[in-house]
Design a protein around this ligand. Structure first.
Ligand code: B4P
Length: 191
């Protein structure tokens, strides 16, 4: 299987580049952010809990997210040629859980694409997105908190994948097509 983790700070382009990856490689896609927003829109118990965290710029608790991924893997992994994990893992505990869950199906992450974008650029992009996205977490105060949370809780995931020999650093600033070309080179190297 070709299993891709697309990783980076909030606003680094994970969602944007995932759309390109889906078209090119025909892989199954899971975005934990999109799933959580769907739960919020449909007002489920999980959605109510998730909203309390997301509106403050915090991560949703690991056990909730890992449960979602567990169900997704059980339902999909044997039917598809690979998966794009978008916005997951966001903590080292999530990264370890993903390795174990995939191991049950005798597979693993093929590559982790780490989109590198400076904080000031992230802020500009997300404030811009906030004008049209309708997302309650795309306001300056929450964005700053999300970047802080990324630096303290999510950044250590990079070391996890480096030690596992799966890390590919991608410069995430510049034209979307040029960034995608670098992404494809990294994916094709492990295919
Ligand atoms: P996500 O939905 O994953 O959102 P994101 O990190 O904010 O955005 P992304 O990086 O996908 O940015 P995009 O492509 O849209 O998470 C939302 C929240 O859900 C989290 O804060 C957390 O609370 C919760 N959550 C999700 N997963 C979780 C997990 N695993 N564990 C715990 N909690 C979790 O790009 C942003 C903007 O930049 C767009 O407007 C785009 O047009 C623009 N852009 C993209 N590339 C560009 C480029 N090269 N140049 C200029 N602009 C560009």
């Amino acid at each position: 299987m070709l299993n891709i983790v697309i990783f980076g700070p909030p606003g680094s382009g994970k969602g944007t580049q995932s759309e390109n990856l889906i078209k090119k490689y025909k892989l199954e896609h899971i975005s934990t952010g999109d799933l959580l927003r769907h739960e919020i829109q449909t007002n489920t118990q999980l959605g109510v809990l998730a909203k309390q965290h997301m509106d403050k710029g915090e991560l949703v608790p690991d056990e909730v997210i890992i449960g979602m991924i567990d169900r997704f893997i059980d339902k999909n992994v044997e039917k598809v040629k690979g998966v794009i994990f978008d916005g997951f893992p966001r903590t080292v505990a999530q990264a370890k859980a993903l390795k174990d869950l995939l191991n049950d199906y005798k597979t693993d992450v093929s590559v982790m694409l780490n989109l590198e974008v400076p904080d000031d650029e992230l802020l500009v992009r997300l404030i811009e997105r906030g004008k049209t996205s309708g997302r309650s977490d795309d306001n300056e105060e929450t964005i700053k908190k999300r970047i802080e949370v990324y630096n303290s809780q999510t950044r250590p995931v990079i070391d996890f994948y480096q030690k596992d020999g799966k890390l590919a650093n991608i410069k995430g600033v510049g034209a979307i097509d040029a960034i995608f070309a670098d992404i494809c080179a990294a994916v094709d190297a492990v295919k």
